[in-house]
Structures are given as C-alpha cells and as structure tokens.
Design a protein around this ligand. Sequence first.
Ligand code: FE
Ligand code: CA
Length: 560
Amino acid sequence: MAILYNTASRRRQFLQLAAHLGGWATASAATLSLPRSVWSQTDTPRRFQTNPFSLGVASGSPTHDSVVLWTRLVESDLDSRSVAVRWEVSDNDKFSRTGIVQSGFQLATADLGHSVHVEVQNLQPDRWYFYRFMVGDAVSSVGKTRTFPKAGAAVDKLKIAYASCQRWEAGYFTAYKHMLAEKPDAVLFLGDYIYEYPGNPVSAVRLPSATSSLGFVLTLDDYRSRYAQYKSDADLQAMHAACPWLLTWDDHEVQNDYAGLTGGDSGIADIFSNPADFAMRRAAAYQAYYENMPIRASTLTKSLAGLASGAEMRNELRIYQRVDIGQLASFYMLDTRQYRDRQACSKDGKLGSSVVNPAKCADWLDPKRTLLGAQQEAWLSAEFTAAKQRGATWNVMAQSTLFGSRDNNPGKEQGFFNDGWDGYAPARSRLTDALQKNAVSNPVMLGGDVHENWVGYLKADYSQTAAAQASAAIGVEFCGTSITSSASSAAVQKTPERLAENPHFVFADAKRRGYGVVEFTAKQLTTTLRAVDDVRAKTTMASTLAQFVVPAGRAVIERG
Ligand code: FE
Ligand code: CA
C-alpha cells in the first residue's frame, strides 16, 4: 500500500498553488487580498443552499497593530470555484456604517480548501474589535478580537487561557464553555487540536456526525474533513470567536509520535513506514493545519516560495514565532515536532515512543540530538539574547509537552518518557543554559501533551543528585491537562508516588480534564487550574483545582 501519495503529482500541485498565489498576491506577496473589481470576475454564487460559514470564524497572531482573521467556506456547491469573500472590521458589533474601520475582499480558492486568511494591518494598539465575513447572501457569525499593547508600553494585566489535547471521541469540549465565561485576552493552544486516530464506535463518548470520519486520516481531504468535524463543535467555535488564539502543534495534527520526517507508530501494520509516504502525509497534514487555523498567510507562502525555488521538498511550515505584549510579556511559541530527531531507544527499535531507562540507552545523552532543530534553537537563543533589551517582565515559552524531568517508575527501575524533553536531555540543558547565560527575566514554561497537570520549577540541572535538587530554580513550569483526552488509570493511581519521586514538581493531578488561566501583572503571575466535572456529560460544572502565585523577580511558587 505504498501508492497512497504520488510525490511528483503532489509536488506539481504545490507548484501550481505557488504560481496561483503569486498571481493573485499583492505587493506584500503574502496575502490573497483583492481589488474590488475582482468581485465580478470570480465565480461567486449569490445564494447558498446551506450556511457556508458553518465552521465559524477565528482570529490569531495579534501584534500591536495587526491580527489574522480566519474562516473557511464549506458548501458542496462551491466545487473548484474561487470565491471572493468580503470581510469587515468594526468598532462595534452592529457594523454600522460609521463603526466599520476596515473592509475588503479576500479570495477563497479550492486549492486551499476555501479557507480565508486576512491579515488586517494598521489597527490601533491595545483595542478590541468585531469582525465578520460575507459571501453572496450569507453572513458569518460575529467574531471578537484584539490587538496587543505597543512594544515598551506599560500594561496593567493580561489574562490568557491555555489548553491542549481535545480528542473528539473522549468527550465534549465543555471546558471551552467555562473558559469563555472567564473572558481571557487570548487563548494559547499547545497541541493535539485534532486526533488522527480512527474513532472506536464501541468506546467513544461521542461519534462524529458522518461515519465516513471514523477512519484514519491520511490524505489532504481526510485531514480537511477531520478539522471540519472538530470545528463543528459549538463550544470550540464560540471560544475561537471570543478572542485571538496563539497556536502551536504536537504530534496528532499529523500522526502519533512522529518526529521530523520520521513517522511514528501508526498502530497498524507498517503501511505508512515508507519515508516518502510519510513526507507526503505530513505535507497534507500541514496544509490542512494552515487552512484551518488563524495563522498568517505568509507562513504558507514562505514555505511555497522555498519549494518553487527548487529547494528540496522539505515542506516546512514555520509556525514558531515571538509575540509581545507591551512591556509585560514576550511569548515564544515553539515547535517541538517538525524538526526533532527520532526518539532514542524505543522498544525493539520500533518507531514511536517508549518509557526508557537512560542507563540502558547509549543515545540518551548524545548532544547532537535535538528537539527544536538547529535553526529554531539558534533563533530562540538569539531571542533570549535580545530579551534584556526588550525588557519584558515575563518570558513565556509555549510548547507542546512536559519540560521538567519526570521518572514515571517510582520505587522501580527508572523510566522516562522518551517522546518529551526527557528524551532530549542535552537539548533541554542547552535551553536552560541559554536562559541563564542571558539572565532572561522570569522564565515561564507552558506545555501540554501529557493529559495531566504538572506544576513545578525549571532547573538548570534535573539530575537526581542531592546537589542538583538543592540547586536554585531558574523559572516555573505549568504543564496543563487535556480538554478531553484521557490519562491512564495507572497514572491517576500513582500520582502521589510520581510527585514524590520528582521533587522539582510541587503539584500533580492526572484525574481531571480542563484548562489553565494565567493572569500576568508587572508584580506577579497567578495561575488557576480549572477542571470540569465530567467530559462525558453534555453539560457539566467546572471548579478550581488549584491556584498558584509567582512573584516577579523570584522563582517561587506560592499556593493561591
Ligand atoms: Fe494529546
Ligand atoms: Ca504522543
């Protein structure tokens, strides 16, 4: 079954797309914005049988003067047609003539799944706006978004929510209903937005509406429909419409446990182990990710430009970036999947992840192995060097997984998960060394992936020697639980022992699903872990699991 993808035709498709984008692009070469006259040239239907905006609206990657607006048209009548979509940004939710501050047309093409990415420029700093889309007689729901304060501006406070791991079959996304009520300024999504697994009709809490969506996702069309399924969720849509999102991904946006251009363990007999097939699958997954997320159009055009110039087919989609919130915080959105080396010492030499005893793994401490990739590592290190000059109080690294060392086998032979930072310990040390060398102020690590809440200290040395354990903390870590995806019952049972075994952590909970909220001020940060009662119920209550306060200037975690 190695004929799933045809490299040559796929490459041709990419090049056509690049030419297409080039043809329409404006001076910035990064958008599909259109002059008004194009309206009459496109084949835009006037009437729609069903709502083409049924996947909702979203916004993302705000700066002090710009933000990305997103939607994706789904209507079978569109077929291969290109459609001009009108967008409006307004001061108020009535979109009155005097309230509209900017508007325009954007082209939605079949090549890009009829997605729309508008990079609105020249907005006022630190302001909320409303936006909507129109095509023919259809009008989208209204979204709310904001810009951040200017570089160097003093900021009273900023409230972000962080979330990860939303497996559809594991339950309802009710956590977002509770998140919405807390009115965050932005959402940080830290990976596993979709799961590529087939749904199991026996164990699923809920099934997708179309049974065709139950299988593995392999092709561009498969990934598109999996996103459409997830985005049909009303709570998720409402949260996207409420504020901008900053996003990174983990493995399941492509395949469980993949590493760079090496596939993970698909759970089915080796039909996807051909490296060329995996590269094609990853390219399809990355394109679908772009089409469905409020990320900048330039992320795609840059990767297409690389291809069009004859570069080897790397299919890079560069999503790592820095986002500033005035003088208050810098967020480093990191990509821990696209550039990483393979996991070390997985069982029997298989693809994917394992729990490993480092003493029995020659590659464990190989300094050549990398999680972020050489380029991203160099970029991050340069960012840290420049951090002092920018002078932000908080330096927040948002990435997909647990950072601190965690032995999962208390009282037995050591066992570390080789898919997280533990499996790339020298790379982890390079990151903490760079934080220390540049005296980066108030480092905060946010993560997901493990479907459990872990709160603790960033350490320069995570080894279990008495000296390492007594050494000073250099920052704090909040690794969040999942929106729905489950933790194993063994993990729940062994939580107290696992916490005791790894004393740089101060809190752990594997039982509850939910999200975190961090409120930053110049004086302190306050993190609140919110947990829903039952993801299996359509309506459920949420409560506070724990709260932590970290004063600026000292890596100390106090219970709130
Ligand atoms: Fe996950
Ligand atoms: Ca995984």
